[in-house]
Design a protein around this ligand. Structure first.
Ligand SMILES: *Cc1c(COP(=O)(O)O)cnc(C)c1O
Length: 382
C-alpha cells in the first residue's frame, strides 16, 4: 500500500557528507559552518543578518529578553498558535493577552487587536499560521500607531512573504525552527532575523554567555571577559553543516509544497463539508506547510474517525494546533478560559485536520488522499 507520512526530513548524501566533514575536522561549535548557514539564510530571506540558535523556542525566548519584556507587561498573542509563542512571553513574567483568529486563515484577527491594547501593552507576538502570512502591512500600521514591539513566530513560514518582503522582516524580529518536520531541518535548531542588524548582533552576543569576543578572536586561549548575563543557545557545527545544504534545497522544497497543496486543494473542492485554509490573495504568499482542512456540517463531529480511517490507509495527518493556547491546562488555570472569546480558534483546533503536502510527496499522493477521504465519506453515507 502507498505510504504517505505527514512529514519526513528530506536528507540525502550531501548532508551526510558535510556532517562527516565536520566530524573529521576539529571545530564542532562556533565555526565556519554556523557563519555560512547564517549568511545563506540571510541571503534567502533578504535579511541584513541572521543568527543561528538551538531552537525556535530559544529564538523567541531571546527576543523576549532582548526587547525587555518583563513582569507586568502585557503582550498580545494569538489564541491559535504553537504554545512556544506564548511560553516565550510567560517565561519572562509578562502577561499574554489572547486574541481570537480568523476562520479563513487561522491567523490573529487584526481587527480584534485594538480593543485588547491597554496602557500596559508593550508588544504583539504573532504566528504566521501554517505558513499563511499575517497581513503585516496592516498589522504594522496598528503596532506603529501604538509604539509596540512586534515579534514574528515564523517557525513554519520560511518562504512566506507579504508584498514580496519575507516574514520576520516586518516586525522587530523573526524566529524560525529547524525541527525535523519543518520546511528544512537540522535535527533541532533555530534561527532569528532582524531588520535592524544592531538587534541581531546584541542577541547573538547574549545567546553565547555575553562573552566579550568570539572564540576565534580571543588573543590568549581561554581568556575572556563577560559584559552581561547571558545564555547558551548556540547551534553546533554538525547542525549548521546540515542547514547549509538544506537551505540550498529551499526553492525546490517550496515549489513541491506549492504544487502538492494546489493539487490537494483542487481535489478537495469536489468533496462536501471541507473548508481549506489558505491565503486570501497573492500579496500574502503562503509557504504551504500543510493543508488545514476544517471539517464542517456532518463531517465536523467525525474528525477522529477520519484520522483513524486515513491512518488505516497509511496516510499520516496531524492537528495544528490541538487546543487554543488559553484552553491548555496551565494557561486556563492561571488566567481562566472564556470560551466565547476564542470561538474561531476552538473551531480550528477541534474540527480541523492537517494534511501532508511535503516535498517527499507528489500529485499522485495528493489524489490518493482525496480518494481516501471520498471513500470514508461515502462509507459513512452508506
Ligand atoms: C514548531 C514550532 C515552534 C517550536 O519550534 P522549536 O524549534 O521546536 O522550538 C514554535 N512555533 C511554531 C509556530 C511552530 O510550529
Amino acid at each position: 500500500m502507498r505510504e504517505i507520512p505527514f512529514g519526513r526530513p528530506w536528507i540525502d548524501d550531501q548532508e551526510k557528507s558535510r556532517v562527516m566533514d565536520v566530524l573529521n575536522g576539529h571545530i564542532l561549535t562556533h565555526g565556519p559552518q554556523g557563519t555560512e548557514f547564517e549568511e545563506k539564510f540571510a541571503a534567502f530571506t533578504g535579511s541584513p543578518s541572521a543568527v543561528t540558535t538551538s531552537s525556535c523556542m530559544a529564538s523567541l525566548h531571546l527576543a523576549s529578553i532582548h526587547f525587555g519584556l518583563e513582569e507586568g507587561d502585557e503582550v498580545i498573542v494569538p489564541a491559535q498558535t504553537h504554545v512556544a509563542t506564548v511560553h516565550a512571553i510567560e517565561i519572562v513574567g509578562a502577561i499574554p493577552v489572547f486574541v481570537d483568529c480568523e476562520l479563513e486563515t487561522g491567523n490573529i484577527d487584526i481587527n480584534l487587536i485594538e480593543q485588547a491594547i491597554t496602557p500596559k501593552t508593550k508588544a504583539i507576538s504573532l504566528v504566521h499560521f501554517v505558513g499563511i502570512p499575517v497581513d503585516m502591512k496592516k498589522l504594522m500600521q496598528l503596532a506603529d500607531a501604538h509604539n509596540l514591539i512586534v515579534i514574528e513566530d515564523c517557525a513554519i513560514a520560511i518562504g512566506s512573504t507579504v508584498d514580496g518582503k519575507h516574514v520576520g522582516l516586518w516586525g522587530d524580529i523573526g524566529c524560525f525552527s529547524f525541527y525535523p518536520v519543518k520546511h528544512i531541518t537540522t535535527g533541532e535548531g533555530g534561527m532569528l532575523i532582524c531588520k535592524d542588524t544592531k538587534n541581531a548582533e546584541a542577541i547573538a552576543h547574549f545567546r553565547a554567555f555575553s562573552v566579550d569576543r568570539k572564540h576565534n578572536e580571543r588573543k590568549i586561549p581561554g581568556v575572556y571577559d563577560v559584559t552581561g548575563v547571558g545564555l547558551n543557545y548556540r547551534m553546533s557545527e554538525m547542525q549548521a553543516a546540515m542547514g547549509c545544504v538544506q537551505v540550498d534545497k529551499l526553492p525546490d522544497i517550496l515549489n513541491r509544497r506549492e504544487r502538492n497543496f494546489k493539487a490537494l486543494k483542487q481535489g478537495l473542492l469536489s468533496l462536501p463539508n471541507i473548508h481549506v485554509l489558505d491565503s486570501p490573495d497573492a500579496r500574502l504568499k503562503n509557504s504551504y506547510y500543510c493543508l488545514t482542512a476544517v471539517l464542517q456540517g456532518k463531517l465536523a463531529s467525525q474528525r477522529t474517525d477520519l484520522i483513524e480511517f486515513l491512518k488505516s490507509r497509511q496516510i499520516g495527518t496531524s492537528v495544528y494546533y490541538p487546543q487554543p493556547v488559553p484552553r491548555m491546562t496551565y494557561y486556563q488555570e492561571k488566567y481562566g478560559y472564556d470560551a466565547q472569546k476564542y470561538k474561531n480558534a476552538a473551531t480550528i483546533s477541534d474540527h480541523s485536520i492537517a494534511l501532508p503536502v511535503g516535498p517527499h510527496l507528489n500529485e499522485e499522493d495528493m489524489a490518493h488522499i482525496v480518494n481516501a477521504i471520498a471513500d470514508m465519506t461515502q462509507e459513512k453515507a452508506a
